[in-house]
Design a protein around this ligand. Structure first.
Ligand code: ATP
Length: 216
């Protein structure tokens, strides 16, 4: 029987880039997870400089799903006209998939700020957390609360992770993409031509809709 496992990957995706796509693909392959929900945040709680409208960020996420069968686009955060808290999203997904094991995929920068997330203490009751490495963000920078969280919840092997239904944290350090949406927006704003950090279909969408070209 097929395993019931789903990855969950949320973000502002302003725009979505190769760092997002390929770190998740590599991590999902490593964990043998066959489906990842891609969830653009409508109102990201910790960002006040979102440039592209949600409808464009969703459209770009949908393009990624068309090109990579691993991903399924999920627009549920756009249906809520309030801050896009991960705990609310997890509650809803758990209600839809009560028998599945959920794996929340985040980058190292998100782990470093995790204790600022809304109701962060509740998140591990619904899912595991899988953390991808990201250049310039190092595990040594975690605060005391996150350190305690790791002492309690970190597991070192995929087998141990998979032997639990939720509540574990796994650090996957085999990805290292020096790519950020901020950097891409800056390049677009400076009319850079070399946009190798984006899939060509996303570059095309951005050009077609003239996103990010004058955001300063
Ligand atoms: P910005 O530069 O605007 O802050 P970002 O590139 O960090 O954006 P987000 O949409 O904020 O992208 O990130 C969504 C999720 O993807 C977060 O969990 C983040 O840690 C992760 N992520 C983003 N870029 C990378 C990357 N290069 N490698 C691994 N994870 C990443």
């Amino acid at each position: 029987m097929k395993k019931r496992e789903i990855g969950i990957f949320g973000g502002t995706f302003d725009p979505i880039h190769n760092g997002h796509i390929h770190s998740v693909i590599a991590t999902a392959n490593h964990l043998a997870i066959e489906e990842v929900l891609l969830l653009p945040a409508h109102i990201p709680p910790h960002k006040n400089n979102v440039i592209a409208d949600s409808k464009h960020r969703l459209a770009m996420a949908k393009l990624v799903c068309q090109h990579h069968p691993l991903f399924t686009c999920d627009d549920r955060e756009l249906q809520r006209n309030r801050p896009s808290y991960t705990i609310d999203t997890l509650n809803e997904i758990k209600a839809t998939y009560p028998l599945h094991t959920l794996y929340l995929f985040i980058g190292m920068d998100s782990l470093l700020s995790f204790t600022r997330w809304h109701r962060w203490q509740d998140i591990l009751t619904h899912c595991h957390i899988v953390v991808s490495r990201r250049p310039n963000y190092c595990i040594n920078q975690i605060n005391d609360e996150t350190q305690e969280l790791l002492v309690k919840h970190q597991v070192k092997t995929v087998a141990t992770l998979k032997s639990h239904r939720a509540g574990k944290i796994y650090l996957y350090d085999q990805t290292n993409f020096a790519i950020s949406s901020t950097n891409i927006r800056d390049q677009l704003n400076e009319k850079a031509n070399r946009l190798s950090d984006l899939p060509s279909y996303i570059t095309h969408y951005i050009k077609e809709h003239q996103l990010y070209y004058s955001n300063k």
